[in-house]
Design a protein around this ligand. Structure first.
Ligand SMILES: [Zn+2]
Length: 495
């Protein structure tokens, strides 16, 4: 006997294993569905909970149980309630089959989070959601080219990638997010960009820190622009142009490009591999007193310990071209110390630089405003389209790709805008320049090989001559002509 005349409903909940870890629990779904039923005065007589299955297979026990249960006349079920269409079905055909099945039983399928009206608009909206669920399913399994194409054009990278894991983004889409391997990949790019280590050396260091990879895979990582946020057009659907990804890039485009140039040999590395001995920062930088060739270096064994020497490989027979590492480095430090950094000329330069900087950043402000405006315009266009699809004035097939395209444009512009937000503080930069120039000796002493060599190259890219006693240069380096007091006569021509 009935306790009331309320219509009866069953609830169907499903959660994928992936979502369980994200807190999309069955309990939550059930609660939402029950609240939905209560508001509409429906009696929930049974809840079907699909536990732990991916939803990919057509033969899901709870779904079958539910079908069986609602088809029994005595149960008198009028509604099936689910949270969202993609919770019920991951496959358009399966969805249609269920809808047809329920329709025959005169049972309506209700979605808590979707438009339930049985109007043409409601139907369209449901159908659209079904297509979206289908689309996601295709993407997840990388089954169809169409799915991949859509994901690519909307900036979603959907293949497995070292340093990232899949998670569901706030829009319910599968997306890559940095994982615990990300830090190794960032470090790998940074080390490569120094231009002084080989891929093998960098990989060895990362492995020592716990990274798991092998040379070919690491080489592919270093070439993969997805790490700097650009999805390559591997399918030829965007005129070969990359699309800006919506995921978080691990490295900047600048860093990525730099590493590409180094790997491809376009950019001369600071030092070729043979120079990469941190024990000899002046190697290939100071020229032989006799022939003017760059000096090289080596260790030679003494009775008690090893001694480092800079020497000329050509003039090995001349003992004066062989000098103890500690001696030459001391001479170089003395040289650095002798550079009369002229703070007046730094101050003079400062006002000019700051003026130019301000002028340039004014442009940036205008660009920022323009970007802001065009993002707002695109957002409006997007909501107009979504509404048009919802009310049925545009078909989902026509509207869907267009919406994705606009979304991609918005994220592209947002990324540009975010880049522009990082305008450096010019006063801080100058404070650092002053500190740097006034502490060259200290900085060189404490620096690692990379910074040492950069500092040396900054002062004179051509290297120094060494006459056996002091360091000389042929033409006055720019650095010295800009930052050092002109009253001091460094080295006259010749060397
Ligand atoms: Zn020589």
């Amino acid at each position: 006997m009935r306790s009331n005349n309320n219509l009866k409903a069953v609830i169907y909940c499903r959660v994928s294993t992936e979502e369980q870890t994200l807190g999309g629990s069955l309990g939550y779904q059930e609660k939402e569905c029950k609240a939905f039923a209560q508001k509409r005065g429906l009696d929930v007589i049974k809840v079907f909970r699909e536990e732990g299955e991916s939803g990919r297979k057509g033969s899901r026990t709870q779904l079958d149980e539910m079908r069986k249960f609602v088809s029994i006349k005595q149960n008198n079920v009028s509604f099936v309630i689910a949270l969202k269409i993609d919770r019920v079905m991951r496959n358009q055909l399966e969805f249609l089959a269920l809808e047809v099945f329920l329709k025959k039983q005169k049972i309506a399928l209700l979605y808590v989070m979707e438009n339930n009206e049985d109007t043409s608009g409601g139907k369209l909206c449901r159908n659209f959601s079904g297509i979206v669920a289908q689309f996601e399913s295709d993407v997840n399994s990388e089954r169809t080219k169409a799915g991949n194409r859509e994901a690519f054009l909307s900036g979603r990278y959907i293949k497995k990638l070292k340093g990232y894991s899949f998670r569901v983004n706030p829009f319910g889409k599968k997306q890559i997010y940095p994982n615990e391997d990300a830090k190794y990949i960032i470090k790998g790019f940074e080390l490569m960009a120094k231009g002084i280590y080989s891929q093998r050396e960098v990989l060895a260091q990362l492995k020592a820190e716990g990274f798991v990879s092998y040379p070919q895979a690491f080489n592919r990582i270093l070439h993969n622009s997805v790490y700097c946020g650009l999805l390559p057009d591997t399918q030829g659907v965007n005129d070969g142009k990359p699309v800006i990804g919506i995921h978080e890039p691990l490295v900047s485009r600048e860093l990525f490009d730099k590493v590409q140039e180094i790997i491809d040999g376009k950019r001369p590395t600071v030092t070729p591999r043979k120079r990469n001995n941190p024990a000899f920062p002046l190697r290939r930088f100071i020229r032989c007193p006799k022939c003017g060739k760059f000096m090289t270096s080596s260790f030679s064994k003494g009775k008690k310990r090893k001694y480092g020497y800079y020497h000329c490989s050509k003039c090995s027979s001349s003992p004066e071209t062989r000098i103890l590492k500690t001696t030459l480095e001391k001479i170089f430090l003395e040289y650095l110390n002798s550079l009369n950094i002229d703070n007046t000329s730094i101050l003079n330069l400062q006002s000019t630089v700051i003026d130019v900087f301000r002028e340039k950043t004014k442009d940036l402000d205008n660009q920022r405003k323009m970007l802001d405006k065009s993002i707002k315009g695109l957002e409006e266009e997007k909501s107009r389209l979504i509404k048009a699809v919802a009310v049925g004035s545009i078909t989902a097939e026509d509207g869907g790709p267009e919406i994705q395209r606009i979304k991609a444009q918005i994220s592209e512009k947002q990324i540009l805008l975010a880049d522009m937000a990082d305008t450096p503080n010019i006063e801080e930069c100058w404070a650092f320049v002053k500190y740097f120039l006034n502490n060259l000796t200290d900085i060189w002493e404490k620096a690692d090989l990379d910074l040492k060599q950069k500092l040396q190259c900054l002062i004179t890219p051509e290297g120094f001559y060494f006459d056996g006693k002091i360091i000389k240069h042929i033409k006055i380096p720019y650095f010295i002509s800009i930052f050092c007091s002109k009253t001091r006569d460094f080295n006259k021509k010749g060397g």
